[in-house]
Design a protein around this ligand. Structure first.
Ligand code: MV4
Length: 448
């Protein structure tokens, strides 16, 4: 195991990694921007090194500063959390060059999954169900029209290096395709430095179901069940749950096997998420997120597996401490992301937290980086805390969550909790009749 771990991140995920390291008896090094001098990750780590000014590009994203902090502190491994440098192949490579361990995927896997086209090639090779379409990149309008014909309208154009919903365009007919194809390529080139675009059949109302997976780098791939993350607003997840509800036993088993097959097939050696779109009894590969995700706690709650600890064991080459049969899914967990945002306008709401009280009791978990008198910074994303509850079943978890939200006092800043309360009380959540665009539609209709 590692001698000292540097955490190249901030906020709740930095605290989560510090806690895992504590349990393993590993000393930690925090890095921080001047804006975060009073942040909890700085107080709770064994050491802390300031790496620059508030702007992320000059601190948390500034590779030379993070690498220098690792060298100076003598850390032999770096945990990147999520966001920032977590999926940066160049950074992972630089960490390796220094003789240190990047607690995450190999450079090869970061490249494989960073390019949605090579990710799809790997998934297809591993036998996962794929949406009909172009397969590879489409160079000319003639090829595009041919691929769209194969897929069947409506189709979606996607940039190979796009993300967060950027670089995508839904096309209903060949005339529109003629009009927007070149534009999509040009925009992809400008936004992502690569103009590769592919075409898929567009699913109008799928659910987003993902599988938590992990590989040992020696051909073993395990899954930790499903999550449903369909409750998103503009590609930002706001409610997540595990296991994904209302899947037939057969569909659930096929989805989980597909996730495990993919990571085993490519010799993946860390934790990750394989995303799928689900419609009826069918499911299709979407992409791979080669990182620990924000919503990992719902999986931890229903499996009892510490995914951060597992990530470190896999990075240290220790392999799995259990078999697939020993991973049991029990109960139901739901997470809400408590974002510092105005729940009506979704404008960021940074500032001083004047009052704060966390809920408690059985089945309630909070992964938070704030407290009374904390300052939510305007320079970073708006996630301040995650409230995760576990119950016997989905309805028990939903009632527990609503009750915990009543107790969760956050004053001085706006949070997204009022919207999440409305959604959790709504028919669509209760009957599982939501889909990927449900929240956007809900907000549109509510705001008029
Ligand atoms: C799709 C799709 C429907 N059909 N692909 C959105 C982000 C990117 N990860 C892929 N996305 C989608 N791809 C096909 N062929 C619908 C979406 C989509 C979506 C997916 C997951 C969660 C929320 C979403 C919201 C809008 C669109």
């Amino acid at each position: 195991m590692f001698q000292k771990v540097l955490i190249a991140n901030r906020n709740e995920i930095a605290l989560r990694v510090i806690r895992a390291c504590r349990e393993l008896g590993i000393p930690t090094v925090a890095v921080y921007s001047t804006a975060d001098a009073n942040a909890l990750h700085v107080r709770f780590a064994d050491e802390a090194i300031c790496i620059g000014p508030p702007m992320a590009t000059k601190s948390y994203l500034h590779q030379p500063s993070v690498l220098a902090a690792a060298e100076i502190s003598g850390a032999d491994a770096i945990h990147p959390g999520y966001g920032f440098l977590a999926e940066n192949a160049q950074f992972a490579s630089a960490v390796r060059q220094l003789g240190k361990t990047f607690i995450g995927p190999s450079v090869e896997h970061l490249k494989m999954f960073g390019d949605k086209l090579s990710a799809k090639e790997a998934a297809a090779r591993a036998g996962l169900p794929m949406l009909k379409g172009s397969g590879g990149a489409v160079a000319t309008i003639e090829e595009a029209i041919q691929a769209a014909e194969t897929a069947g309208y409506p189709v979606i154009l996607k940039a190979a290096f796009g993300g967060g919903g950027k670089g995508m365009r839904v096309v209903e007919d060949p005339a529109t395709l003629e009009r927007v194809f070149k534009l999509t390529q040009t925009e992809a080139q400008a936004a992502f430095g690569n103009g590769d675009v592919f075409i898929e059949r567009y699913l109008r109302a799928p659910r987003h179901v993902e599988v938590q997976v992990a590989g040992d780098g020696r051909g073993v791939g395990l899954h930790f069940g499903t999550r449903d993350c369909s409750m998103q607003r503009r590609h930002q997840k706001i409610i997540e749950e595990a296991p994904a509800p209302n899947l037939s036993d057969d569909l659930r088993a096929r989805i989980c096997k597909a996730g495990a097959d993919l990571v085993a097939n490519v010799n993946y050696q860390t934790v990750g998420t394989v995303e799928f779109l689900v419609e009826g009894e069918e499911f299709f590969f979407l992409e791979v997120n080669p990182r620990i995700q924000v919503e990992h706690p719902v999986t931890e709650e229903v499996t009892g597996v510490d995914l951060i600890k597992l990530q470190m064991e896999l990075a240290a080459g220790m392999g799995f401490p259990f078999t697939q049969d020993e991973v049991k899914i029990e109960g139901h967990a739901i997470e809400i992301r408590v974002n510092a945002e105005n729940p009506d306008t979704f404008l960021p709401s940074p500032g001083l937290v004047t009052g704060y009280h966390e809920p408690g009791g059985p089945g309630v978990r909070i992964d938070s980086a704030i407290h009374e008198q904390a300052v939510v910074q305007p320079f970073y994303d708006s996630l301040t805390a995650k409230l995760i509850v576990k119950g016997r079943d989905r309805e028990h978890a939903r009632i527990r969550l609503l009750s915990a939200m009543d107790e969760f006092i956050v004053e001085g800043i706006y949070t997204t909790m009022p919207l999440q309360r409305e959604l959790l009380l709504g028919e669509a959540f209760r009957n599982v009749t939501f889909w990927t665009r449900y929240v956007d539609k809900f907000v549109e209709e509510r705001n008029g």
